[in-house]
Design a protein around this ligand. Structure first.
Ligand SMILES: CC(C)(COP(=O)(O)OP(=O)(O)OC[C@H]1O[C@@H](n2cnc3c(N)ncnc32)[C@H](O)[C@@H]1OP(=O)(O)O)[C@@H](O)C(=O)NCCC(=O)NCCS
Length: 188
C-alpha cells in the first residue's frame, strides 16, 4: 500500500475489473481518456494480463479513499479510481502517467489532485524518476487544473491531434521535473 492523507494506492486485483469496465464505458469518464469505443469484459481481461507482463513500475494502482471513521468502527476503504505509470524508461529516468477517478460522485473534491501528488511523490522518491509527463485533452479543464495544482506545467501543445465528437482537439503535453518537485517542497 502507498498511503496519502485521505487516499491510498493498492495493486489492482482481478475482482476490480467489473468496476473498471463500468467506469471506462461511462461516456463522461471516457471523454477524458484515450478510449473511444465500447469495451467488453474480454478487453478488460486482456488489459489486465497485458499489464501483468509489463515492468513492475508500470503495474496499475487502485485509488481508495478512507471512509469517515465512526466511533468504534474499523477504518474502511472505498475504491474510486485508478492510476499508474507507463512508458517507463529506466535509462532516461522518465515515465508517463494516467489517472481516472471513475466514480464521478468523488469529482471536484480534491481526490484527483491528491492522487496525482501521491503518484508524483512515488515516482520521484521511490522509483527515482527525473521526469514525469502526461497527455491531456485541451477540453478537459478539470484534469488540467488538477495537474497544475500538483505542479505540472505545459510543455507542448499538439494542435488538432485528437478527433472527438466531430471536431479536432488539441492534445497538451505537461510535465514536472524532480528539481521542480523538490523546489515545491511538497513531500506528503
Ligand atoms: C481529471 C480527474 C482525475 C480530476 O479529478 P478530481 O478529483 O475531479 O480533481 P480535483 O477535485 O482534485 O481538481 C479538479 C479541479 O478542477 C476544477 N474544475 C472542475 N471543473 C472545471 C472546469 N470546467 N474548468 C476549470 N476548472 C474546473 C475543480 O474546481 C478543482 O479545482 P479546485 O480544487 O481548485 O476547486 C477526474 O475528474 C477524472 O478522472 N476524470 C475522468 C477521466 C479523466 O479525464 N482523466 C484524466 C485524463 S488526462
Amino acid at each position: 500500500m502507498i498511503y496519502g492523507e485521505r487516499i491510498r494506492f493498492r495493486a489492482v486485483e482481478h475482482d476490480d475489473l467489473p468496476t473498471f469496465l463500468k467506469w471506462v464505458n461511462d461516456p463522461e469518464v471516457k471523454q477524458g481518456l484515450g478510449i473511444y469505443l465500447p469495451l467488453s469484459m474480454a478487453d478488460e481481461e486482456e488489459w489486465f494480463s497485458g499489464v501483468r507482463n509489463r515492468p513492475p513500475e508500470e503495474h496499475n494502482l487502485v485509488i481508495e479513499i478512507r471512509k469517515p471513521e465512526q466511533d468504534g468502527e474499523d477504518v474502511t476503504w472505498t475504491m474510486i479510481g485508478g492510476c499508474g505509470f507507463f512508458r517507463y524508461e529506466q535509462r532516461n529516468r522518465s515515465a508517463e502517467f494516467g489517472i481516472m477517478i471513475g466514480d464521478k460522485a468523488y469529482w471536484d473534491q480534491g481526490y484527483g489532485t491528491e492522487a496525482v501528488r501521491l503518484l508524483v511523490k512515488h515516482g520521484f522518491e521511490t522509483l527515482n524518476l527525473n521526469r514525469i509527463f502526461l497527455h491531456v485533452f485541451d477540453n478537459n479543464p478539470r484534469a488540467i487544473h488538477a495537474y497544475e495544482k500538483a505542479g505540472f506545467t505545459l510543455e507542448v501543445r499538439e494542435r488538432q491531434a485528437e478527433y472527438r465528437d466531430g471536431k479536432y482537439i488539441d492534445l497538451l503535453l505537461m510535465s514536472i521535473l524532480k528539481s521542480e518537485y523538490l523546489e515545491r517542497g511538497e513531500a506528503i
